[in-house]
Design a protein around this ligand. Structure first.
Ligand SMILES: [Fe+2]
Ligand SMILES: [Fe+2]
Length: 254
């Protein structure tokens, strides 16, 4: 699809996080993991949009959703192919370290999409904001990818489509709900904000949980180990004679 307007500028937050994104993407193993995950998100998003094309009563939206779904499936393939190429270049262990997913959840946000029961208005508002977020992040990813021109080209190509998706969803939202489309956008924005909060809270809870489990490990286990070692040092080696008063135990099992 061709973009109707110039590319979206990245948000202030995405621009601020550019050094962190540069660091995340600098590692080849991490890049492969992220590309594979992005591929999955794009394909899942495409499947949901395909479902939206099936259920919408609006013929124009059906055609646009269908083209949109095809684009997202293609993005999934592009990400997976690039990940496979990188894997061929560098066959190494999977890096299970920091991926920064809570900072860039699949790059897209389409993973939160629920089609059944959604009206076209809510669907378009949600899609517009997701595509806008994707366009913003993919602009930053493309810009921090100077060290890897083929991956940069993948982002450049996908960014072109995401910008179109961002624009057509807004145009269609204004068409189907000319009076109150801004109100729907704000509602969708608040919903995304709430989901972002939940995602950050879950990440923070994970970090705090690990800390709270690690602290007792050192606070309780270390003194206990020290006391056990001290007691062991006081023990005599080999057989020890029992004092006369302690021979009772021979009369019974315990
Ligand atoms: Fe996409
Ligand atoms: Fe998209």
């Amino acid at each position: 699809m061709d973009s109707a307007r110039p590319h979206e500028r990245p948000t202030a937050l995405d621009r601020m996080l550019a050094p962190l994104h540069r660091w995340i993407w600098s590692d080849t193993d991490r890049r492969v993991q992220k590309l594979l995950r992005f591929g999955e998100t794009e394909t899942d998003g495409g499947r949901d949009i395909l479902r939206a094309a099936e259920v919408t009563p609006d013929p124009l939206l059906r055609r646009l959703y269908l083209e949109h779904a095809i684009d997202e499936f293609r993005h999934g393939v592009l990400f997976r192919h690039r990940a496979a190429e990188l894997l061929k270049i560098r066959r190494s262990h999977t890096n299970n370290g920091f991926q920064g997913d809570w900072l860039a959840p699949g790059g897209h946000g389409l993973d939160d999409l629920q089609v059944d029961g959604e009206s076209d208005i809510d669907m378009l508002a949600f899609l517009h904001l997701s595509e806008k977020a994707a366009a913003s992040r993919f602009t930053v990813y493309r810009d921090v990818m100077q060290h890897d021109p083929p991956t940069r080209a993948v982002f450049e190509e996908i960014l072109h489509d995401e910008t179109f998706h961002m624009n057509y969803t807004l145009t269609q939202l204004a068409r189907v709900e000319p009076e109150r489309h801004r109100r729907h956008l704000w509602r969708a924005r608040l919903s995304r904000l709430w989901k972002t909060y939940l995602r950050l809270a879950a990440a923070l809870a994970g970090i705090l949980g690990s800390l709270l489990l690690t602290i007792p490990y050192f606070v309780v286990l270390a003194p206990f180990a020290w006391l056990a070692k001290r007691a062991a040092r006081r023990e005599h080696l080999g057989w020890a004679m029992l004092s006369p008063g302690r021979t009772d135990s021979l009369d019974r099992q315990y």
